[in-house]
Design a protein around this ligand. Structure first.
Ligand SMILES: Nc1ncnc2c1ncn2[C@@H]1O[C@H](COP(=O)(O)OP(=O)(O)OP(=O)(O)O)[C@@H](O)[C@H]1O
Ligand SMILES: [Mg+2]
Length: 254
């Protein structure tokens, strides 16, 4: 008997080619990168692609106000309100703590934003309600910034819920500009996959690139590829590889 692995397409142009078709279903993938590298946009693009293809999703907002997220998504042409009304999409508000007028209109609110148990309860409810197949948590770093010793345990709890309920998840992980890692030892090993986004300055110019560091359950491209953020979101140049030669950056045909 052979098991064909089911894959979930990221929908990000150029990326599924590097993933041999997509992310293996039920994988929990760490999306790691410094400030401004495109992690939030990546997550939103992944969710919106799912919605357009009949796959419901949940976005857990820990860094930005849900109202701001909807607005930012709409600016890329990703208007999620229709999908929220249809019950295909939900934002879990783990940002406002329920404060403010706008927060009163949110359906899934985590009252104590530091309470991981409450967050997981609200997340489970949202996943079940919309029958989510895709989940994005932006960002998981927020959950354990002040307590790195519990990072692995939080990660394992999330994995059990996300994978257990059949979702394929992107967990945004923030690292500092100079950090080579992906978000700490407990977390990096627990993740089923790691995709790293980078922004490097060469000769006074910022260059975006991406590398797939690991992806359980599949072979994947091992090279660093340039990508861009456009008005339609991320575009990965899977036919180009990036090489750094001294202070020069060179794009070569892959
Ligand atoms: N319409 C657009 N066209 C091109 N680039 C854009 C556009 N909108 C945003 N960007 C770029 O995307 C960056 C923000 O990306 P994003 O919010 O996904 O970063 P992030 O990795 O989530 O950062 P942080 O860790 O600070 O939250 C901006 O700094 C800008 O360079
Ligand atoms: Mg962000």
């Amino acid at each position: 008997m052979s098991f064909k692995i089911e894959r979930v397409k990221t929908g990000i142009p150029g990326l599924d080619e590097l993933l041999n078709g997509g992310i293996p279903k039920r994988n929990v993938v760490l999306l790691s990168g410094g400030p401004g590298t495109g992690k939030s946009i990546f997550g939103q693009q992944y969710l919106y692609y799912g919605l357009q293809n009949g796959e419901p999703g949940v976005l857990v907002a820990l860094e930005e106000h849900p109202v701001q997220i909807r607005r930012h998504m709409a600016a890329f042409g990703w208007d999620v309100r229709k999908y929220e009304e249809e019950g295909m999409f939900a934002i879990v508000d783990a940002f406002t703590g329920g404060y403010g007028e706008a927060a009163k209109r949110e359906r899934y609110v985590v009252r104590s934003v530091d309470d991981v148990a409450e967050l997981i309860d609200v997340l489970k409810e949202a996943i079940r309600d919309v029958k989510a197949q895709r989940v994005v948590i932006d960002s998981v770093s927020t959950l354990y910034l002040t307590k790195p010793s519990v990072a692995r345990s939080i990660m394992m709890q999330l994995k059990r819920v996300l994978s257990g309920l059949g979702t394929t998840a992107i967990l945004v992980s923030q690292v500092s500009v100079t950090e080579r890692g992906f978000g700490g030892p407990g977390v990096e090993h627990a993740a089923d996959g790691i995709i790293r986004l980078d922004l490097d300055e060469y000769n006074g110019e910022l260059v975006r690139s991406l590398i797939i560091w690991k992806m359980r359950g599949t072979k994947h491209d091992m090279r660093r590829h340039p990508f861009e953020i456009t008005d339609k979101g991320l575009v990965v140049y899977h036919n180009k590889v990036i090489r750094f030669r001294g202070d020069r950056v060179v794009f070569e045909e892959a």
